[in-house]
Design a protein around this ligand. Structure first.
Ligand SMILES: Cc1ncc(COP(=O)(O)O)c(C=O)c1O
Length: 393
């Protein structure tokens, strides 16, 4: 079979496009934080990871503009060579402090951070233990690593323990898990994992992509939420969600960060994140520290949306965070439902296999601190009307 045959045979997306239900790559013409303009029409955005609503904060915009003028539009090189500016180092010091870790290393994306950490630290005789619902960047990072990969069923600490017990005690071991699972909106049982890790001599890496700025009394993420910042081995986070920018970070012991700095290929052989993006993160951190009420508002909004959807009769699983997956069913039904909501002025995210099982397609809502009660009620009204029309509730 020729190399491109699979491309010619891939018709599914074109069929959905022709039917008018295609929910991907939808171009946004303008964004006003909680509202966006698409095809000249305003939609309430409940599909963004902008949890604290900082992408349009005046301080964040000002910092990005200032950096753009001072350093230019890009760094045109890797962190390793010409691509480190003082802002990268200032951000690393700041994030290490914020996460209560010795040191931190900034990558160009969170995806690259996970690839770099896993592929670099887990050598031939080492073992990775990874929850089956972990993010794709962890799955791919584990594929790149030379060590043995053990994937345990989601949240199944018995299986995790069995696998740990079977592994030679002298082998290097890393348990890696999402802090908040992005398809379920649930929080990992970190105390349970830490107990196993400490008993079996494993290190623990938590991916706080969705937890940074959201969990913990100061927004420090999953380890802070459980009071385990001094026991966790490594914290990874992204700048593409609460931090309103793009980039990634890993924080932990200084010697480990130093080693990653000199060995992680996704850091060394890729250009560094642009000055405006880094300045935006620094400003976002200022706002997170100065305005804790944003996090409180996010949780208020989360409760209002979850209670509203449950009262309407929707199944939102055991979501306990601003990520709220609404169960719809088959792919066809979910796509139709997405379009009905979209036409009613609500932008949600479709979740389809392989991220979830075949008949468990969902529409994912993500709350923001800047949503008003009116926004949430507007979305709930749209869900009520769509659910009745399509006999989902
Ligand atoms: C859990 C998790 N880890 C890692 C990433 C990758 O982060 P980034 O968007 O910075 O590449 C994401 C982003 O979708 C994520 O949800």
């Amino acid at each position: 079979m020729s190399l491109f045959q699979k491309c010619y045979r891939f018709t599914k997306a074109r069929e959905v496009q022709a039917a008018g239900y295609y929910p991907y790559f939808v171009p946004i013409e303008a964004s006003y934080d909680t509202e966006v303009v698409i095809n000249g029409q305003r939609k309430v955005m409940v599909g963004s990871n902008n949890y604290l609503g900082l992408t349009h904060h005046p301080q964040v915009l000002e910092a990005a503009q200032t950096a753009l003028r001072r350093y230019g539009s890009g760094c045109t090189g890797s962190r390793f060579l010409n691509g480190t500016i003082d802002l990268h180092e200032r951000l690393e010091e700041r994030l290490a402090r914020f996460l209560n870790q010795e040191a931190a290393l900034v990558f160009s994306t969170g995806f690259q951070a996970n690839l770099g950490v896993l592929a670099t630290l887990v050598g031939r005789d080492d073992h990775i233990f990874s929850d089956k619902l972990n993010h794709a960047s962890i799955v791919d990072g584990a594929r790149l690593a030379y060590g043995t990969v053990h994937r345990y069923p989601h949240g199944d600490l018995r299986t995790l323990e069995r696998e740990l017990a079977r592994t030679p005690s002298e082998a290097g071991k890393l348990i890696v898990t999402d802090g908040i699972f992005s398809m379920e909106g649930t929080i990992v049982d970190l105390p349970g994992i830490m107990q196993l890790a400490e008993f079996y001599g494993a290190e623990v890496l938590v991916d706080d992509a969705h937890s940074f700025g959201v969990l913990g009394q100061a927004g420090g993420g999953t380890a802070q939420h459980f009071g385990m910042e001094d026991r966790i081995s490594l914290i990874m986070a992204t700048f593409s969600k609460s931090l309103a920018s793009i980039g990634g970070v890993v924080a932990g012991p200084e010697d480990v960060i130093h080693y990653l700095k000199h060995h992680a290929r996704s850091l060394i052989f890729s250009a560094s994140s642009p000055p405006a993006s880094i300045a935006a993160v620094l400003a976002a951190l200022d706002v997170i520290e100065a305005e804790p009420e944003r996090r409180e508002q996010l949780w208020h909004n989360t409760r209002r949306m979850q209670e509203g959807l449950r009262a309407l009769g929707y199944d939102i699983g055991s979501s306990e965070t601003p990520i709220v997956p609404v169960q719809i069913g088959s792919l066809e039904r979910m796509l139709e439902f997405w379009k009905v909501l979209f036409d009613a002025g609500v932008f949600t995210n479709p979740v389809t296999p392989p991220a979830v099982p075949e008949n468990s397609c969902r529409l994912r809502i993500s709350l923001m601190a800047t949503h008003t009660d009116e926004h949430i009620d507007f979305v709930l009204d749209a869900f009520a009307a769509a659910g009745k029309r399509m006999a989902v509730i």
